[in-house]
Every structure is written in structure tokens, then in C-alpha cells.
Design a protein around this ligand. Sequence first.
Ligand SMILES: Cc1ncc(COP(=O)(O)O)c(C=O)c1O
Length: 417
Amino acid sequence: MVMAVLIITTNDQVQKILRSSSSSDNAFAIGNLGDIIRKHRHWQEYFPRVEPFYAIKCNDVEPVIRILADMGLSFDCASKIEIQKILDLGVDPSRIIYANTFKQPSFLKFAAENCVSLMTFDCEDELTKIKKVYPEAKLVLRISPQSNYKVKFHLGRKFGCHPLRASELLQVAMKLKLNVIGVSFHVGSGCLETGAFEAAIEQSRKVFDIGLAMGFNMHLLDIGGGFPGQKIQNVETNITFEEIARVANKSLDKYFPGNDVRIIAEPGQYYVASAFTVAVNIITKKIVMDDEIVQPNSTECVDDPTTQNEPVRMYIINDGIYGCFFACFVDPRCYVPSHFKSIDEELYNSTIWGPTCDALDLIIDNVKLPELSTGDWIYFKDMGAYSFPNISSFNNMPRVKEFYICERKLWEEIYQP
Ligand SMILES: Cc1ncc(COP(=O)(O)O)c(C=O)c1O
């Protein structure tokens, strides 16, 4: 791992690393740990009542989780290995929430052996399992908020119980003499409307009151993740983290006033998305005419006389959906390429493909780019979320090499010289 402590812009960062490793054409990533430090400061300013439990599933590389741990964050883990990674950093088990509503029994046993007692549940079967393996656990009922607000990836079909079924589930917990201490929700990853938080907090309050009325010592609300973390603004609604925080805080003050309820969250992409830039090399350029491209589900080439038959520049780069670009599966518009050509250059219709033998390994279709050549470098900002943990060994393409930088001043705020 390379650790530099300096201030440079993304374009400079990529150029600098290119110069220092001129013999390699491998794709690489630059992680700016200073960006993560700044994000945490920003969180503390905008969410003074809400303790972040960083969702390690979003990006689990060691320098990231280490700096978050050293800044005092807590963690949301989904499996035995995630819990182990956080414990290995010396983090106290009380700073972990096992926030997977479906826990493999041996993982649950591991949590019990390591005193990771805070965990979520959303169904009866999970309660029965917890009763057998870890009856002292502190349980948080995950609800699936009922609203139609827009988010990029809905989680509610698989996770959370309908708020109207919460009472039934709480009765089961009561019968089993389990210790339910709170309510959690996740509005969905990539929240696009602040109303999603407003509705979910209101619904949580109702479930909270049901629990209190049944005699549970309810004292924790977990408002999940979904907070945007990209530098490049969301073009769909332009929603910002600050707007979400404003609306969520207002709802928290309305439905959970006072200090008797501990409020936590499970932000993932907020902390890491903008911290990483990935630089890739063009390994092949191929020019094809529009009408030569076989369309999916068709064995014929397109031959539509009404459309203009234009050349398409296909660039094959050396990282793709089996590398850092997995998220284009779920959001095809999420990657914006940057290049080193002048902004005055003419732009052409282009497509960017990943390097594997899979035709699904398509990163961006129909993007305007200047004329690029094999051997040129392009780069992508906002690559820190859901990229590294999704890298697979498909085709045995090399994993991007990571380089880390941090501004000296910020670094020294965490690690006194
Ligand atoms: C339980 C849970 N918590 C937190 C997160 C992090 O969400 P985000 O990256 O949208 O903040 C996820 C993401 O899937 C999740 O499943």
C-alpha cells in the first residue's frame, strides 16, 4: 500500500501515479482517506443526534475500516467475517450491530461467543434461532417502511416486517422472553426523496409505542442507510445529504424528542463513495457501424433505414463489472468517465466495455467521448461504494491495485505526530 500525505486534485493524482508506475498498464484505484475524514466531520455537524455504524459491506478495505475505527465510528456487520474484521481492529463488540436479519446459526454462535449482542430481526424463525443460540441478545425489530418514495435500490421486498405485523412479532418475542430494545429501517440504498425518511421515522414511532405498551424497554432507533455520498450530484432529483439530514432531524425531533432514545444509523456509501477514483487503461479500440451491432434477443443485424448509420467507438478497458464496476448492473447511469484530452475536442458516440469474455460486461453505452486510442487512460470518480467487495475472480482478471493518499493536516488530526 502506498500512503502519501499531500493535497492534489483527482486529475493530478491519476497523472502522478501514472508517471511513477509507467511500466504498468494495470487498472488502479486511489483512495483519499482525507475525504473520509471530512465526511465524518460533516456527518457530526449535520447529524449531531445520530451515531453512525458504518456498513462495512459497502467497502471493507483495511485502510478505510481502520481510519473509521480510529475516528471512533461503530460498525454494521452482516456476517462472521465482517464481524471478525472489525474485532481484529481492536473495536469493542459493543460498537457492532449485526444488522443482517438472516443469520447463519454458526455466525450467530460466533456473535454470542464474541459478545456482539446488538442485532436486527424481522421474522419469527429468526427469533426462534436467537432464543436457542443467544437469548441475551439485544434485538432491534427491522420494519419495511410502507411508502412510495423513490430510492435507487429497494430493500423492502426481502427485508423488514410490515409495520402492521410488528405487534404479532413482538408478541412472539415476549413469549420467548427475548430482549427487544428498538426498531430499525432502511429506506433503500440511494434515497432520492427526503419524504422516505419522514415516513419511515413516523412508522417507527408507532412500532416503538407498541413495544413500549407491551413492556419492552425500547430505547434504540436505527435509521439505516441510504444517504448519498457521491461528489457528482444525482441528476434525477439533485437530492443532497444535507437535505436528507434536515428532514430526518426534523422528524426525529418530532417523533423522538428528548434524549431517552439512542439514535443510530448504518451509512455505507455516504462515507466512501467519493473517496475513490479508479483509473483504467484502454486495451482495445474497435469501431463498428450502428447497423452492424446485433441487438439483444435478435439474430439479425439492425437494418432500420430511418436511423442514421453512425460509427460507434467501442473501448475495451481493463476493469469491468467483475471488477470495480459491479454497480452498473443495478444503475446503468452511475459511471461518468473522465479523460485527459482537451475539453475542446470533438466528441463521438462511444461505448465502454469491461475486459472479460462476458457480453454483459458493459460499463457505459452511448456516451460522448473525444477520440481515444488503445493505451490511453481514463478514470472514474465516486468509485468507493460497492466496488471492492464485489470484485470476483471471473476470467482471473487482475484486481485493481490500491493507492492511498491523505492531506497531512487531516491525517495528523487523527494520528498525532
Ligand atoms: C442493512 C443495511 N444497512 C446499511 C446499508 C448501507 O446502505 P447505504 O450504502 O445505502 O448507506 C445496507 C446496504 O445494502 C444494508 O443492507
